[in-house]
Design a protein around this ligand. Structure first.
Ligand code: RET
Length: 289
């Protein structure tokens, strides 16, 4: 006979506090989030102190773009840590984790469904445009190409969010993924074909080629990781490990990237500069203090 005291209760509803407590009590999942909150905060302070003396408006714009990546990241990971941008979702039939339950780390209760850190994809729609803005400015590219890269980039993230949250059909999850990858190819084309030409003309090829390589390799990494992780084929089925993969990519794609951008800008203000009236909206040159 089944001993009723040993059967774990299945709860149907989880609250935001449950998800907050779950993250807090799951060391792998929790650390993948908390480490990034700390890094985002520290890099923000570091970048602000490094950039204190910069007065050239175009250099400032590049630095602000790089700093905005850390600022969005701080908000993004805080959303995940608080349980605000996490849900338990029931994956559709056909998915390797369909019918799975999740044991809540703080209470031991079982919930039907698996955990989705969907806030990641949402906030990438706000952080990655700043990465592309910094890259496009360093390459000396024009507004049309920067705008195109950013529009398709936001498209990648929003359709990626849709892929993660679609629970009605397994096929449709991959259909969204396919749309997202198609948008990604547009961004890859700009990064590998358009901007290197612009960077050559701007005399910034050295740094641009390094940043381009770092970005393309890591961005493919995110794309493949989604396919392998708990939301895709679930070859890596643990949400904590899947989350750590993204967190590790983030360290290089955001913080190392921004550090390289800011260091280059600080050391090459003359190359990067567009003059003191860059971006001015009137004929009067604004004061820089
Ligand atoms: C998803 C899944 C759907 C297909 C593709 C993806 C690509 C994501 C990328 C993310 C980059 C994130 C960065 C974050 C830094 O803040 C959404 C995983 C193509 C490229 C750089």
């Amino acid at each position: 006979m089944i001993d009723p005291t040993r059967v774990k209760p299945i709860v149907l509803q989880v609250s935001q506090s449950d998800l907050f407590e779950h993250v807090l009590n799951d060391p792998v999942l929790g650390s993948s989030i908390y480490v990034n909150i700390a890094l985002a905060g520290l890099t923000l302070l570091l970048f602000a102190s490094l950039a204190r003396g910069v007065t050239d408006p175009r250099s400032q714009l590049i630095i602000v773009a790089a700093m905005a990546v850390s600022a969005v990241s701080l908000a993004s990971y805080t959303g995940l840590a608080s349980g605000l941008t996490i849900s338990i979702i029931e994956l559709p039939e056909g998915h390797a984790l369909a019918g799975e339950t999740t044991e809540l780390a703080h209470s031991g209760e079982e919930v039907e469904g698996t955990i989705s850190l969907w806030g990641r994809y949402l906030t990438w729609a706000f952080s990655t445009p700043f990465i592309l803005l910094a890259l496009g400015l360093i390459a000396g590219s024009n507004l049309t190409k920067i705008f195109t890269a950013i529009v398709f980039d936001v498209g990648i993230m929003v359709t990626g969010l849709a892929a993660a949250l679609t629970t009605s059909s397994y096929l449709l999850r991959w259909f969204w993924y396919g749309i997202s990858c198609t948008f990604f190819l547009v961004v890859v084309y700009i990064l590998l074909v358009e901007w290197p030409e612009d960077a050559k003309a701007a005399g910034t090829s050295d740094i641009f080629d390094t940043l381009k390589l770092l970005t393309v390799v890591l961005w493919f990494g995110y794309t493949i990781w989604w396919g392998l992780g708990n939301e895709g084929l679930a070859l890596i089925s643990d949400p904590g490990l899947t989350s750590w993969g993204y967190s590790a990519f983030d360290v290089v794609a955001k913080y190392v990237f921004s550090l390289l951008v800011i260091r280059y800008t600080l050391n090459n203000v003359e190359t990067v500069s567009g003059g003191t009236d860059y971006g001015a909206t009137a004929d009067v040159v604004p004061a820089d203090d």
